[in-house]
Design a protein around this ligand. Structure first.
Ligand code: ADP
Length: 279
């Protein structure tokens, strides 16, 4: 490799290679948009949203990296049908799994010898691993790096924001229940405290359209995320309905983008993607 060529992005003249080798700064200079998907609590569909935003952007021709930093329960490999895949090491880089021509995926799940392995690590160890997953992966030139964080405002999202820097932007996923809303407030406070901007809030599992009679039932309520967005001055990116196709796609490792264009879930996703920075 030529000395003035960056090992990660392969861009002539890039000085980041040396910095990455020094383990103090990665070659993040060639990532245009860094989006960190957060949620206050688990099970709200954060990983589903992160994976499907990444797929939708990649299918729109963008170069995308999807990083799952959920150390204790990496679910991106399952959601994208990549369970059992192992990442290869090509010194000094970890090679991400290619989902399609434009989408590279990395998860701790690709590094563990056994899918059933339980990871019992304290904060500093997790922070070190997250740093490696961001800085030592051959992401190359990316239009987007989408990071799927574990729920809450703990060590992992903090490490991610610190490593990615102030230009990383949060996307907050919630469900419409009242109990989820206090957690969203905490996610907003978190982004404000670490001084990272927020792209907006997505309300997932918002309304159930009965596949038989087409009547909409607001099982978890609706509009709470939007009201909170208004109250806090954060942009509301849209609602994604509770839909069997999403659960089915997730279980089968398939993307929502495979649904027909006029499917309410596909339409909701497209509307959100259109509001992302750089689209
Ligand atoms: P989180 O990352 O917040 O823990 P996941 O994305 O893993 O949540 O989603 C949890 C489960 O809910 C998965 O089985 C997923 O397929 C399902 N799911 C997510 N969003 C929806 C939705 N809008 N409708 C139906 N099922 C959904």
């Amino acid at each position: 490799m030529s000395e003035n060529k960056c090992g990660s992005c392969n861009v002539e003249g890039c000085k980041s290679r040396g910095k990455a080798d020094a383990k103090d700064k990665a070659c993040l200079d060639h990532i245009k948009n860094k989006l960190v998907v957060l949620s206050g609590k688990g099970g709200v569909g954060k990983s589903t949203v992160a994976a499907n935003l990444a797929v939708a952007l990649s299918e729109a021709g963008k170069k995308v990296g999807l990083l799952d930093v959920d150390v204790h329960g990496p679910s991106i490999p399952r959601l994208l049908g990549l369970k059992g895949k192992k990442a290869k090491l090509k010194e000094p880089w970890l090679i991400p799994i290619q989902w399609n021509e434009n989408l590279k995926v990395m998860s701790l799940g690709f590094l563990l010898p056994d899918d059933n392995e339980a990871v019992i690590w304290r904060g500093p160890v997790k922070g070190g691993l997250i740093k490696q997953l961001i800085e030592e992966v051959a992401w190359g030139n990316l239009d987007y790096l989408i990071v799927d964080c574990p729920p809450g405002t703990g060590d992992e999202p903090l490490s991610v924001m610190q490593i990615l820097g102030k230009d990383a932007k949060g996307i907050i996923v919630t469900t419409p229940q009242g109990v989820a809303i206090d957690d969203v407030r905490r996610s907003i406070t978190f982004c404000n405290k670490v001084e990272n901007p927020i792209v907006g809030i997505i309300e997932n599992m918002s309304g159930f359209v009965c596949p038989k009679c087409k009547e909409v039932s607001d099982i978890f309520g609706s509009g709470t995320g939007e009201a909170l967005a208004r109250e806090t001055g954060v942009k509301f990116l849209g609602r994604i309905p509770l839909d069997m196709e999403i659960a089915r796609a997730g279980d089968m490792g398939r993307a929502i983008t495979e649904l027909p264009e006029d499917h309410p879930v596909k339409k909701a996703l497209s509307k959100i993607v259109a509001q992302l920075p750089g689209v």
